[in-house]
Design a protein around this ligand. Structure first.
Ligand code: GDP
Ligand code: MN
Length: 377
């Protein structure tokens, strides 16, 4: 998932003709002040943290300023924030517009209907998740004709627009549709789409590009995302690896078993930290790589839960034993394994001979992992 920051989303919107406020990006308070003093951004202005999380308005990450001094102070305050776990490194400064109403429009994919869908609501400016369903309108869009006059007229009606503003809405929606299609987006959202006099202006931009289309968009390769350093390495090696907050590492195969394993650990009072989904692999080389990555995340203990269906338990075990020997002494951790299925007995024997605690029962083995992690915490 390539999630663009607001200012990057607005660069894309501008290309397709979505109406936007004047704005510039700053990375220091001095830079912010200079933009205003140099007339690049008119006063009064809005100063917005460029983080990927929403709810910035409510969370103090969007501020207003009337003078260059206020701009500098607001910029300094916002750049010092850690907003929902993300450090603020960039600001977007924009002219402050007099808003009459805040509307919501977005385009996304409805996977159940297998169609793009246009979502509109007259209740803009708040997160769409908090808007009552009855106040949200959803229109599937046939991708071949694209957006037609019908959908645009219905959207105008839902949003309470007529005359000039309704025509502007038509242009905004055409531009949004083009953005959605040509950029291979999975979501394009304007919230709020502000009514300013007779005009409509996109005050916010959320653009998410579909991963599977990344090869068609080399321009997004450099976009910053929220992967950790280890997750980034894992991605390059095509290993499914996610870092959470806890201290127990989980290695399982298949998304379902991996999730269920996290749940069991949690239920027993453990804190799953990193998880690794081996999927269908039992290639010892791949298992070794994955295991070494796990070690670098410094878990207090690792719980291995493998079901050998097509995967053979003994080859997975062999890869693990080889990998364990390569882990530097300082990074070693207790390993508890539950390994069932194809060639189970051979797998268990291999693990036991390498000093791994192997237990067949799910609950008992998960408990052993929780205890092992606690012993070292
Ligand atoms: P979010 O809370 O993270 O979605 O950030 P938004 O970009 O949606 O901004 C939050 C709120 O700040 C908006 O709903 C507006 O009420 C307000 N805001 C943003 N830009 C302007 C502006 O140019 N003028 C005014 N008056 N308010 C603005
Ligand atoms: Mn918003």
């Amino acid at each position: 998932m390539v999630k663009l920051a607001e200012w990057q989303g607005k660069v894309v919107f501008r290309k397709y003709g979505v109406p936007l406020p004047r704005g510039e990006v700053a990375r220091t308070p001095a830079e912010a002040e200079a933009l205003v003093r140099g007339g690049k951004v008119p006063l009064p202005c809005v100063i917005k943290a460029q983080v990927l999380a929403g709810g910035r308005g409510k969370g103090g990450a969007v501020r207003f300023a009337n003078t260059p001094e206020e701009v500098r102070d607001a910029a300094a305050a916002i750049l010092g924030l850690e907003f929902k776990g993300e450090k603020v490194r960039e600001l977007l400064l924009e002219e402050k517009l007099p808003i009459a109403r805040e509307l919501y429009v977005s385009m996304t994919l409805d996977r159940a209907q297998r169609l793009p869908i246009l979502i509109t609501s007259a209740q803009g400016g708040v997160e769409i998740e908090s808007v009552p369903d009855a106040q949200i309108d959803r229109q599937p869009v046939d991708p071949f004709p694209g957006l037609t006059g019908y959908e645009k007229r219905r959207a105008a009606k839902v949003l309470g627009l007529s005359g000039g503003p309704a025509r502007s809405l038509g242009q905004v929606l055409d531009a949004l549709w083009k953005t959605f299609q040509q950029e291979d987006a999975e979501l394009v959202e304007i919230n709020p789409l502000a009514v300013v006099g007779d005009a409509l202006v996109a005050l916010d931009a959320k653009v998410i590009i579909e991963d599977d289309a990344a090869f068609r968009h080399p321009e997004y390769a450099e976009v910053r995302d929220d992967r950790t350093e280890l997750e980034e390495i894992a991605r390059e090696k095509e290993i499914a690896f996610v870092q959470l907050d806890g201290n127990i590492g989980v290695i399982a195969n298949g998304a379902g078993l991996t999730m269920a394993t996290l749940d069991v650990l949690k239920e027993l009072g453990g804190a799953p930290g990193v998880f690794l989904d081996l999927g269908g692999t039992d290639d010892p080389k791949k298992v070794t790589e994955a295991f070494l990555l796990m070690a670098r995340a410094r878990p207090s203990a690792v719980f291995l839960n493998i079901f050998g269906g097509i995967t053979r338990c003994d080859t997975v075990a062999k890869g693990l034993v080889e990998a364990m020997q390569q882990v530097p002494a300082a990074e070693r951790f207790p390993l508890v394994a539950r390994i069932r299925g194809n060639n189970e007995a051979e797998g268990i024997a291999l693990l036991r001979s390498a000093g791994v605690t192997a237990i067949s029962d799910l609950r008992a083995s998960a408990q052993a992992a929780v205890d092992a992690a606690r012993g070292r915490a």
